[in-house]
Write a protein that binds this ligand. Sequence first.
Ligand SMILES: Cc1cc2nc3c(=O)[nH]c(=O)nc-3n(C[C@H](O)[C@H](O)[C@H](O)COP(=O)(O)O)c2cc1C
Length: 204
Amino acid sequence: MPTKSELHTFLRTRRSIRRFKPDPVPESVIEEILATATFAPSAHNRQPWRFVVVTDLSVKARLGKAVTDKMRADMQTEGASETDIEKRVATSLRRMDEAPVVIVLCRDKNDVRADTPEEAAMGVQSTAAAGLQLLLATHAEGLGGNWICWALYAQEETCAALNLPESWEPQAFYFLGYPDEAPKIKDRKPIKEIVKWSQTSPDV
Ligand SMILES: Cc1cc2nc3c(=O)[nH]c(=O)nc-3n(C[C@H](O)[C@H](O)[C@H](O)COP(=O)(O)O)c2cc1C
């Protein structure tokens, strides 16, 4: 069992990895990562997370096209220049192409205790907790990973490209693979700036 200090170091040394070696990731490793992700906490223990594993090149290309078509349309609506749009699209396609594994994390909209905004928020929070656990399990395997928000901007397109069940709502993509970069640890805001300890008297 690692020591307390080793565990803190492990948790603090996860980095977002955006460059991968082309080496494939064995299915058994992906399964282990996903199994660990499911040990995240979830509201009412509903476990609303769902995962889609994409390694097939043609499926990855289909997903990439669907997402970047929507990205292009959104940027055109925002009035971005064609140069900026094509640069962003090309970078996004390259990044997806270079990731040996893409995992689409969804929440099952039907897996809620009640049809209220609070329960829906709990479903999203629970699913995000599984996303973090997935990245930590990736780190434990010596792989790198990156949380990608594009799914939120192209939920319908992602569902259509992957033929997902109607109730699966894409929340994020995770690009995984063996790291081909070692990014420096990014500075964290000082604890004093972000933590307020409650005082015994409200006047203090
Ligand atoms: C909700 C969420 C969305 C993110 N979306 C993206 C993204 O679309 N593209 C990207 O390169 N990184 C994305 N990231 C990764 C962050 O940029 C990264 O976690 C942050 O810069 C801190 O760096 P670190 O993960 O190496 O500690 C996202 C992270 C979170 C939690």
